[in-house]
Write a protein that binds this ligand. Sequence first.
Ligand SMILES: Cc1cc2nc3c(=O)[nH]c(=O)nc-3n(C[C@H](O)[C@H](O)[C@H](O)COP(=O)(O)OP(=O)(O)OC[C@H]3O[C@@H](n4cnc5c(N)ncnc54)[C@H](O)[C@@H]3O)c2cc1C
Length: 436
Amino acid sequence: MILVLGGGVTGLAAGRVLEAAGEDFLVLEREDEPGGWCRSIPAGKYTFDMSGHFLHVSDPVLREWILGVPGVPWREVERDARILLKGRLTPYPFQVHLNGHAPAFVSRCLADFAAQRIRAAIHGDRTPNHLAEWLIQRFGKAMCEAFFFPYNGKMWRTPLARLGYEWTDWSVPVPRFEDLLDGASGGVRKGMGYNARFHYPARGGIGALVGALARPLGARVRTGARVARIDLRRKVVHTSAGDALPYRAVISTIPLPGLAACSEGLSSSARRAASSLKWVKVLAINLGICGAGPTPGHWMYVPEPRYPFFRVGFLSNVAPSSAPRGCASVFVEKSFPANARVNVDREIGKAVRGLKRMGVLRGGSRIEELRPVMLDPGYVLFDGARSKGVSLLAGEFARRDVILAGRYGAWDYFGMDRSIADGLRAAGLAARSHGR
Ligand SMILES: Cc1cc2nc3c(=O)[nH]c(=O)nc-3n(C[C@H](O)[C@H](O)[C@H](O)COP(=O)(O)OP(=O)(O)OC[C@H]3O[C@@H](n4cnc5c(N)ncnc54)[C@H](O)[C@@H]3O)c2cc1C
């Protein structure tokens, strides 16, 4: 028997491969429904996601696999993302759309960017020690101080000098000087960045993908089955419902620190590595608003402290079916350190005030539905301990026939695409394993 721990998109994708291979397997999911962070929330006449979940997938083989899952009414959408800074709304990515900002600020951005390039040309590329240095070297001081530092500070809730930058290669576009000049004089770059075009279901929210993945697996997805204990020596998973399930191999997509905490038979160095892993959680507040003010684009990055969130998204501009006509399905995202105590009601009050300041809520607007959800974990922290700790844990678990997969199983910064790809990879490995 192969056990898949967690029924999010990674675990479900793994299940689909195992089923096609004729394997004996079971997906164990602690909640009453599968989907993890990719569930959608029907709320009256609105549809919300756990937070904005847009599918961007660059690998053509993977794209074919995901878009080929029968039953998802996919639509392809051209991204319309914005930056709200100094009262101005400019297209994403910020660095190549400086036009519209005060001329003195634009010229400082260009000069500081050029200075970094000149320094690199004369003295050679220095390897940055941390994220703050990486950002300065790529974009220069003026853009960092105005946008990159405050935005990343809001998102990671950790001094940037304590974070690595291994995740930036796919997610932060680094332009050429010509791109900056062009953007400063009004040029618009449409195709830049990892999600220039993305897919999203026309109906049902991103949960439509979850439903389509899970349906053919039927009772092979066991919900309400929390993994409580794993005996790595005897190779048995114990659930909170009292089941003891022997396994040949495990694919674990549940958060790595939690997996380590419930695993019996781990070495003390693996335990230490697991306790050094850090993350932030994300409070996503979904609002169904009738009579909303302007909701420009699909989402906006919001670096300034006067707004108590780092991103606000307008799901109904991506999928009009997610709100009734004349109304908007809106979400805001705010990060917190993992151990922070969060007063959700107070955060809702702050978010509402922020949306009023922004003009999204105005006189005559009515909040018809409100669904806050805490995504914990939200973002894995790339600090000095992560990479060594994760490879130690992955090695030790692999020797016990436990394969780590997905954003939180592998403890990485994966979108749905890479999580699903990891689930497919893990299923292939598990199917080839013969146990010990
Ligand atoms: C704020 C935010 C915004 C995001 N936006 C996007 C986006 O726009 N596009 C994109 O591609 N990706 C996005 N992502 C990433 C995306 O959410 C993940 O890549 C994806 O959900 C990972 O799926 P998963 O199955 O690996 O993990 P999860 O979705 O976390 O699923 C893990 C499952 O394991 C279950 N579980 C946990 N513990 C146990 C236990 N002890 N026993 C049994 N089951 C357990 C959970 O209930 C859950 O169902 C975003 C993430 C966040 C936090």
